[in-house]
Design a protein around this ligand. Structure first.
Ligand SMILES: Nc1ncnc2c1ncn2[C@@H]1O[C@H](COP(=O)(O)OP(=O)(O)O)[C@@H](O)[C@H]1O
Ligand SMILES: [Mg+2]
Length: 256
C-alpha cells in the first residue's frame, strides 16, 4: 500500500472543475515525477494534497498512511508527515534566517505538545540543519529571502525539509523562471534526502530537472487526470515527442 493514495479526486476552484477523477499513488521510498502541459492541473493537485482552503473537493479521497485526510487541515497534514515546498517563497520583513528556523522548530514542537526549544539546544539543531542544507553559517543573521538568489531561496526550503523530516514531500517546480542554480539545489536536495524514509512527488512542466534527478515513476497529467504512467524512460519520450501524442491518445480513447 502506498503512503499517499489519491482516488477519483475531483476538485473545483472558483466553480471551475480542475481535477476530474485523478488517481495517484505516492510511495515513501520512491521518487515520483508528475509531468503535464501547463494548465493540466498539477499545481491544483499539489494544493489539494496540502489542503489549500481555496479548493473544493467535490468527489474522491486523499488517504495518507491509511487515514482519510481529504478534509483535514493543512496543519494536520503537515504534522502527519506531508510537506510542500512553495513555488514562490516570500520575503518576510524583519525575520532573520535564524528566527525563521526557530519558528519552524517551535511550530512543530507546539503541534506535538512539546515546549519551546531551549537556546542552547537550538544552536546545535540550527547548525546541523544548515550544514545539511548546505547553507553558509553567516546566513543565519540575514533576513529571510531578502535579496536571496533563486538557489538561496531553494536552500531555505531545503532547510525546512531537513527540520521537518517529512515522509512525503511535494515539490512543485513548475515555474519556468527557476534558474539553473535553483534547479540544482532542488535536485541536490532530492538526491540527498529521498530514500527509504522520504518519498518525493516532484512536479514539473519542463524536463530539465529530471536530467539531474532520476524518478522511479513518471505520471503524466492531462486535463485534470493522470493519463499515463511509467518508469524513467517516459521522460525521454516526452522530451522527444512533447505532449501532443498524449493529447491524441487520450482523445482517441475518449471517442472510442
Ligand atoms: N485560483 C484559480 N481560479 C480560477 N482558475 C484557476 C485558479 N487556479 C488555477 N486555475 C485554473 O486551473 C487550471 C489548472 O491550473 P494549474 O493547477 O495551475 O495547472 P498547472 O500547474 O498544471 O499548470 C488552469 O486552467 C487554471 O487557469
Ligand atoms: Mg503549476
Amino acid at each position: 500500500m502506498a503512503e499517499l493514495e489519491i482516488r477519483n479526486l475531483h476538485v473545483k476552484v472558483e466553480d471551475k472543475q480542475i481535477l476530474k477523477g485523478l488517481d495517484l499513488d505516492v510511495e515513501k521510498g520512491k521518487v515520483h515525477a508528475l509531468m503535464g502541459p501547463n494548465g493540466s492541473g498539477k499545481s491544483t493537485l499539489a494544493n489539494a494534497i496540502m489542503g489549500h482552503p481555496a479548493l473544493e473537493v467535490t468527489e474522491g479521497s486523499i488517504t495518507f498512511k491509511g487515514e482519510d485526510i481529504t478534509e483535514a487541515d493543512p496543519n494536520v497534514r503537515s504534522q502527519a508527515g506531508l510537506f510542500m515546498a512553495f513555488q514562490y517563497p516570500v520575503a518576510i520583513p524583519g525575520v532573520s534566517v535564524s528566527k525563521y528556523l526557530r519558528m519552524i522548530i517551535n511550530a512543530q514542537r507546539e503541534a506535538r505538545g512539546e515546549e519551546q526549544i531551549k537556546i542552547k539546544d537550538f544552536a546545535k539543531v540550527a547548525q546541523e540543519a544548515m550544514a545539511l542544507a548546505n547553507i553558509p553559517k553567516d546566513f543565519s543573521s540575514r533576513y529571510l529571502n531578502d535579496g536571496f538568489s533563486g538557489g538561496e531561496k531553494k536552500r531555505m526550503e531545503l532547510l525546512q525539509l531537513v527540520l521537518l523530516r517529512p515522509e512525503i514531500a511535494v515539490l512543485d517546480e513548475t515555474d519556468s523562471g527557476l534558474d539553473i542554480d535553483a534547479l540544482r539545489v532542488v535536485a541536490e536536495g532530492v538526491n540527498k534526502f529521498a530514500g527509504p524514509d522520504m518519498g518525493v512527488l516532484i512536479i514539473t512542466h519542463y524536463q530539465r530537472i529530471l536530467h539531474m534527478v532520476k524518478p522511479d515513476f513518471v505520471h503524466v497529467m492531462f486535463e485534470g487526470r493522470i493519463v499515463k504512467e511509467g518508469g524513467p524512460e517516459l521522460v525521454g519520450v516526452l522530451e522527444e515527442k512533447g505532449y501532443g501524442w498524449i493529447r491524441e491518445e487520450v482523445g482517441a480513447g475518449a471517442s472510442a
